[in-house]
Structure formats: structure tokens, C-alpha cells
Design a protein around this ligand. Sequence first.
Ligand SMILES: [Zn+2]
Ligand SMILES: [Zn+2]
Ligand SMILES: [Zn+2]
Length: 359
Amino acid sequence: MLIAVRTAPHHSWCNPAERIMSVINYGLQGVAIKREQMPEEYEDEFETLKTLEDIQGKAKENPCLKSELEKCIVTVQKLFCERTEHLVWKNEAFETENPASNLEIDEMFKNILRIVSTLTKDETTQQQLRKHKPLVEFIKTHCQERAYSFQIKKCNQPSCEVCYPIRMPIDVFQNLYFLPDPVPSRDNPDRYETFANLYGKFTTEKFRPSLINLNSKAELAPSNILISAKIRGYKIELKLTEQEKQDLESALQTYTYSCGSPIFPDDHSLAQKVFVRVQISCDSPIELLYYTSKKAGNIPICYWCGANNDVVTVPQNLQENFKLVYPLCSSCNENGKTFYKRLENKVNSRKKQKVNHVD
Ligand SMILES: [Zn+2]
Ligand SMILES: [Zn+2]
Ligand SMILES: [Zn+2]
């Protein structure tokens, strides 16, 4: 059996801090990191690369750059490991592991090829994987997929061509279940049910905090309010005096802001004037301010999840009919999301009305 869990991917500021995440964040509080310098020629080359994809692409082409990059972050990785290993969760210290080596990835991939021999290592998106029918079937019958976890369990069916026979005693195997989803306790909904009470029971993701937030988002805002808790570094246009604006600026720099919490201590002079919309979590759609503020570095990101890769091309008819069509990534698209759009072109709608009159 294999259980893999991950933290929130992509841009961390637009993803939820759920459960374990906040514990790990303690380890990083007040930590400044700086990587080592690379030899100048590599620094110059690195300077021109903007996104993670650019960096990965270039590193593939240039093995020297790749190894220099790996070397220059070793001290940072060590620091993260040390800080994380200081943390304790329910009396157990955190452990850290080294990233998988290419050799280990190849080994793992050999096993995947037993399921579907036509898969290649660079097919990594859901869209690409879904084209491989045997893989889809295997995931359906052997795996449990969640936003933050992925689990595989041998089926122990003699007819299965993928699974090797089990090696553990059969009674142990029969009592081995997938890791359950978090479910609120029946006695106290503010707490989660204990693992022991849930283990082996059928659970779903419906209590995932970010999913619940998605379904309950309707909060009225006072007029004098900071609407974007999600986006830092946007232009603040508030009805504030110059002095208040300066106070706000310095407060934003002084206090560490984390998702869902107020910006100021309660006794701060601006505490009653500037609010955070607490209903906006890191998993809410991207605030429209992100797209309207012309800040350099605001790359197109998916309106729903914040992903910046695999953006779907906007269909011609939407482009013609709406002034604003927000980016959509292919995985949100597959999950049933559609393009979020605003400001229908008046010219077109009037034409349509006229046509209707003629009819
Ligand atoms: Zn099997
Ligand atoms: Zn956040
Ligand atoms: Zn998306």
C-alpha cells in the first residue's frame, strides 16, 4: 500500500492552509532564506528565466546549469529540514526526506508501465493521463484520489495483471484501509472525529475546509473596506487620509499577514477602518483586482485555482461577446468550471434584440 500526501500546490497565497499546513508554517516563521551565489555565467543565464517552467526547460538543456542550481540551494534545503525536524505533532517529531532521485523515479515508472506500457514520463497532466484507459481503470479500482492525497492498495485478486501477490499476513491485509478524510466529530462539530472512529469507514472530501468555503460565500462588505485579502501588492484605493494610507502601508510591512486573520492588532487605529474579508480564503476564486491591477508580474492565472500553466484558449465567440474573459486552466475546465466573464458587449446584445423584434 502507498499513501502520498502533499501540501497545497501552485501559488501558495491562493491555496488554503488546511490542517497540517499551519503546523509546518510555524517552523518557517521569522526565517529568512538566501541561496548561495552561482558562478557568474550561470547567474546571468538564470536571470533571464522567469517561470519555474522556464527554469526546468533550461536546466534540461544545460546540465551544468542544473547542477549549479542544485548546489546553490543545498544550504536552504538543509535549513528547511532542520527547522521542520524541530516540529512535533502529537508527540512525534517531523522527519524530512530527500527528494526522489532520477533513479528512484525510473524505478517507480517501471511499475507504472506494468499498468499502461504506452505512457511516457513527460505526460503528467490529468488531461494527458486520462487518455490512457487502462490507467484510468486502475485508478478507479485500486486507488483513492483526493485534493491532498493519493493512495494505492493492492487488490489481491489472482486475475489482476498489475498487482503482485501480497506479502503480509492475510488478516493484516484485510484490516488495512485507505486513510480516511477529515470528518467533523458528531459530539463537537468544531473538532474532527478521531482517526480510530473513522478508520475503515467510507468517507468523502465534503468536509474539506476549502470545499465548504466554496459553497458558502456570500458576505456583505462595509463600503470602506479592503477587498483583497488574497492579493498582496495590489494598489489600494480606499477612502483614507494620506496619514491613514501611510499607517496602512507601514502596518502591512510590520505585521505578518496570514490567510484569514486580521491585518492589525485590535487596538490599532485602523482596525475599525480596514478589514479583511474573512470569507475569502486562499481557495476562493482569484480577486478581480488581480487582473485589473496592471502590476508587472501579474501573469495570467486561472480564475478558479490560480494555476498558471495549461491555460485553455478563450473561444472566439466569448472573445467577441465579452469585454473581460478570465483565464481558465484545463484541469478546472475538466472539473466542470467554465470561463468567468464580465461586461457583455452591448453592441452585440442590441443587435440580438433587434433581430428578435424583426422576428
Ligand atoms: Zn490489482
Ligand atoms: Zn492564504
Ligand atoms: Zn484552474
